[in-house]
Design a binder for this molecule. Structure first.
Ligand SMILES: [Mg+2]
Length: 359
């Protein structure tokens, strides 16, 4: 039965531009600002939901321009339909805009924010209520070792308890960057992300060089090109460090294949790659196969990061949380969603939906 209060009355689409405090460089590219898209959905009972699309061109193949155009068309598709049928609506959007994954993700976030506001429950409760908080790391991009040392010192002062280090460019400099960070933050656990930058043997060389220096990262993300499943399996089979797929793991089908091949120890789920419905499916596949779970993000504001935090807290079972990008932005257009202390995002104060408001 359609409940008339949850009919989608209006969907608005607008650019969301937020400068970064400093350029963010990874193996596949560099950005100086989040050039995202803001979605606002209003239901017939007056409930308003927000969603964010974060097209990170080197990772998603989308730009702000393509996302705006696709989101406008997607808005017309949703108008007049019932948000309560969110899984059906997700399928409908994906059948048309399958190549615009961040647009589908932003729409799904806005739909579920509006719906759970209408229901009067926080989004983390809707997702299962496993817990009410998550703890994130902070990433250090591809910067010179001296700069990485400073960034790591700042991270320690902020009370963050783990550091993710971008690698996958020049092998020697990668090792020096990791060494500098370990020196600045000797007690902190570290993880590595090569963003497809290595060949399989370079990835193993990097881990060996670190091992020679008594540095054992907790895990290594996406060492090789996303389509190179065999290469990923080679690294996984020869590495003492657990290997996670990120760019390779873009759908439930790709995750099922990676796991069946024995190509990974873990999977990085991102809402911008899969949206919410498929993120739930990927999490279920990983739980059923004892595959470790991580959550990550593109360059997202507090809005999309809150959505990921609600999902992860509600579902439970995520080993690594990399939801630091609001801390990289020069300003924050939103409030709420969570209360932050050090690296901990506490969702227990959210009354309904995402709890996000515009400033
Ligand atoms: Mg990654």
């Amino acid at each position: 039965m359609a409940s008339s209060g949850t009919i989608i009355q209006h969907v608005s689409v607008e650019p969301l531009d937020i400068p970064l405090m400093e350029p963010f460089t990874i193996a596949t590219g560099s950005v100086t600002a989040a050039r995202n898209v803001l979605i606002t959905i209003t239901l017939s009972d007056g409930s308003v939901g927000y969603g964010e699309c974060a097209p990170f061109p080197p990772s998603t193949g989308e730009s702000q321009e393509t996302a705006l155009a696709a989101a406008q068309a997607c808005a017309a598709l949703l108008q007049g339909r019932d948000a309560a049928h969110w899984r059906t609506l997700s399928k409908l959007m994906k059948s048309v805009y399958y190549a615009q994954s961040t647009v589908c993700a932003g729409m799904e976030i806005a739909l579920l924010d509006a719906l759970t506001r209408s229901y009067g429950i926080p989004l983390w409760t809707f997702f299962g209520g496993a817990s009410t908080s998550v703890e994130t790391d902070i990433s250090i991009p591809l910067v010179a070792p001296e700069h990485a040392y400073q960034l790591a010192q700042d991270i320690v002062l902020r009370g963050i308890n783990s550091i993710k280090i971008k690698v996958g460019s020049d092998l020697r400099e990668d090792v020096e960057r990791v060494e500098a960070i370990r020196e600045a933050a000797p007690g902190l656990p570290i993880t590595l992300d090569a963003n497809q930058g290595y060949t399989p043997s370079e990835a193993l060389l990097c881990l060996e060089a670190l091992d020679d220096r008594d540095i054992r990262p907790l895990m290594l993300e996406q060492p090789v090109y996303k389509e190179d499943y065999e290469g990923l399996r080679y690294v996984t089979q020869h590495s003492k460090v657990p290997v996670f797929a990120d760019e390779s793991a873009s759908s439930p089908a790709s995750v099922a294949r990676l796991i069946a091949m024995g190509a990974v120890h873990g999977i990085n789920i991102k809402l911008m790659k899969s949206g919410i419905v498929e993120a739930l499916e990927i999490a279920a596949i990983c739980h059923a196969t004892n595959t470790q779970l991580m959550v990550g993000a593109m360059i997202e504001s507090r809005l999309a990061i809150a959505a990921a935090a609600h999902l992860v807290a509600g579902l439970g079972g995520f080993r690594y949380v990399d939801l630091d990008t609001p801390m990289l932005l020069a300003h924050d257009p939103f409030t709420g969603g969570y209360e932050q202390q050090g690296g901990v995002y506490d969702l227990s104060g959210v009354k309904s939906g995402l709890g996000i408001e515009r400033k």
